[in-house]
Design a protein around this ligand. Structure first.
Ligand code: C5P
Length: 229
């Protein structure tokens, strides 16, 4: 196990990873890596610069030199691309779908690897993504794979987007989510799947509080006296 503790939380979109990771990191006072946001920012810039999705080398070069900044100073996460606040823009479903298209490119994933590993800093890291336990932090002391039924995940995402004033159809959302799951699970590079040493946790029907408290219990079992008891 690495000296700087890492909790790797992987799973499909809408499984609650983002909310759970943020809350666990906040309670423990640990750093947070929202790796999906990196893929979303790359996708946004690819669109802004009208780069062809087939041009893997150009997208990898862009990912390598990405001028992205995560800012949590004001208590909420803000994401800056160069000097522009893209926090809201990257959360759109279109950006999520575009992110899953750039995420199939091996050279793009490789270009983002070191950047993600640099988030491993004291006192600890909660890393949220698809390949945190399998590829980026294979030595993570605690690996969790969150799942939930596709209906429940689509319903959660629908509620989340509505609260942000983004209107979407539940049917389209469910279809896009199922397509995205398929693309993420079937890609040859770093496919979405639980590693053999991950705790698979089905959150269907569970409250956020229940999931957070279970993860915190596992963290204190893994690092007695170090992670909040
Ligand atoms: O988690 P989020 O929905 O923000 O991720 C957007 C997309 O980025 C995912 O559908 C997935 O294709 C990709 N992704 C990835 N590996 C990660 C995080 C996200 O491939 N570690």
């Amino acid at each position: 196990m690495s000296l700087i503790p890492v909790i790797a939380i992987d799973g499909p979109g809408g499984s609650g990873k983002g909310t759970i990771s943020r809350e666990v990191a906040r309670i423990l006072g640990w750093h947070l890596l929202d790796s999906g946001a990196l893929y979303r920012v790359v996708a946004l810039q690819v669109r802004q610069e009208s780069i062809d999705l087939a041009d893997e080398a150009a997208i990898a070069a862009l990912a390598q030199s990405l001028d992205v900044r995560f800012d949590t100073a004001a208590g909420e996460e803000r994401i800056w691309l160069q000097d522009v606040d893209v926090t809201a823009e990257i959360r759109s479903e279109a950006c999520g779908v575009a992110a899953s298209r750039v995420a199939v490119l091996g050279a793009v994933r490789a270009a983002l690897t070191e950047r993600q590993r640099r988030f491993q800093q004291l006192p600890g890291l909660v890393a949220d993504g698809r390949d945190m336990g399998s590829v980026i932090f294979p030595d993570a002391g605690l690996k969790i794979f969150l799942t939930a039924s596709v209906d429940e995940r689509a319903g959660r995402r629908y509620k989340q987007l509505n609260e942000k004033g983004i209107s979407v159809s539940l049917r389209t959302l469910r279809r896009d989510m199922a397509d995205r799951d398929k693309r993420d699970s079937e890609r040859p590079v770093a496919p979405l799947r639980a590693c053999s040493d991950a705790k698979v946790f089905d959150t269907t029907g569970l409250s956020i509080e229940k999931v957070v408290s279970t993860v915190l219990d596992w963290a204190s079992d893994t690092w007695p006296g170090q992670a909040a008891d």
